[in-house]
Design a protein around this ligand. Structure first.
Ligand code: ADP
Ligand code: AMP
Length: 214
């Protein structure tokens, strides 16, 4: 299965991506996670990306597309993949289409997790992520069993640099201007399916699974 997850920042893409990839045995590709790992390891890509991410802006298309294409040719994507946070611009979507065509692949579904703006600030500001595996928690909606510790790998939970009020507002503006148009793009080009992202995590995943299984 080849899936794109669309949705505003904090809609729940990363959270649902983990559950979907586990159930369907496909590879989770999050451009945000890849950039954050590069920032942590102080690679050239990380240094370049950090400049944009900390301001809530998009990393330039050329850099981002290269990262995704390099990843999609790897063996673990042969059985299927889920793209989380990519594409984020119509140009990225067009380049992805060309790439998939060149490798004789097609998308099965583009899934939009629909969450109204008034949910976004609290979801992002209350988010904590694992410093090793990147898993998302929330201080109120999805707390870990032990305060500040990842349930899966036992490592420390941290707050993302870009999960502060000012940067979240900028990310939301960027979403509206650059990423939201993808809803129309995929509505006309591909099979777009929408789930209500206001529900609790398990209800959203139940609805996603029934959309994917039909
Ligand atoms: P995205 O990957 O779309 O930016 P995340 O999956 O990281 O979003 O979720 C953002 C925050 O909201 C996290 O703190 C997560 O635990 C929380 N969250 C995710 N889904 C829900 C939900 N359905 N209800 C409440 N909180 C949620
Ligand atoms: P995310 O983890 O998906 O919330 O992404 C965090 C940040 O990484 C975004 O705010 C962007 O700065 C950058 N980023 C992630 N994916 C992309 C993308 N497809 N295009 C451009 N920038 C991206």
């Amino acid at each position: 299965m080849r899936i794109i997850l669309l949705g505003a920042p904090g809609a729940g893409k990363g959270t649902q991506a983990k559950l979907i990839c586990e159930k369907y045995n496909i590879t989770h590709l999050s451009t945000g996670d890849i950039f954050r790992m590069n920032i942590k390891n102080k690679t050239t890509l990380g240094v370049q990306a950090k400049e944009y991410i900390d301001k809530g802006q998009l990393v330039p298309d050329a850099l981002t597309i290269q990262v995704v294409e390099d990843r999609l040719i790897k063996e673990d994507c042969k059985n299927g993949f889920l793209l989380d946070g990519f594409p984020r611009t119509v140009f990225q979507a067009e380049e992805l289409n060309k790439f998939l065509q060149s490798t004789n692949n097609t998308l099965d579904v583009v899934l939009l997790i629909d969450v109204p703006n008034e949910f976004i600030l609290e979801r992002n500001v209350g988010r904590r992520i694992c410093s090793s595996c990147g898993r998302s928690y929330h201080i109120k909606f999805n707390p870990p069993e032990k305060l500040g510790i990842c349930d899966f790998c036992g490592d420390k939970l941290i707050q993302r640099n870009d999960d502060n009020e000012e940067t979240v507002k900028e990310r939301l503006t960027v979403y509206k201007n650059h990423t939201h148009p993808l809803i129309d793009y995929y509505w006309t080009n591909h099979c777009l399916s929408t789930v209500d992202g206001r529900d609790d995590i398990l209800t959203v995943s139940k609805n996603i699974f029934s959309a994917l299984d039909t």
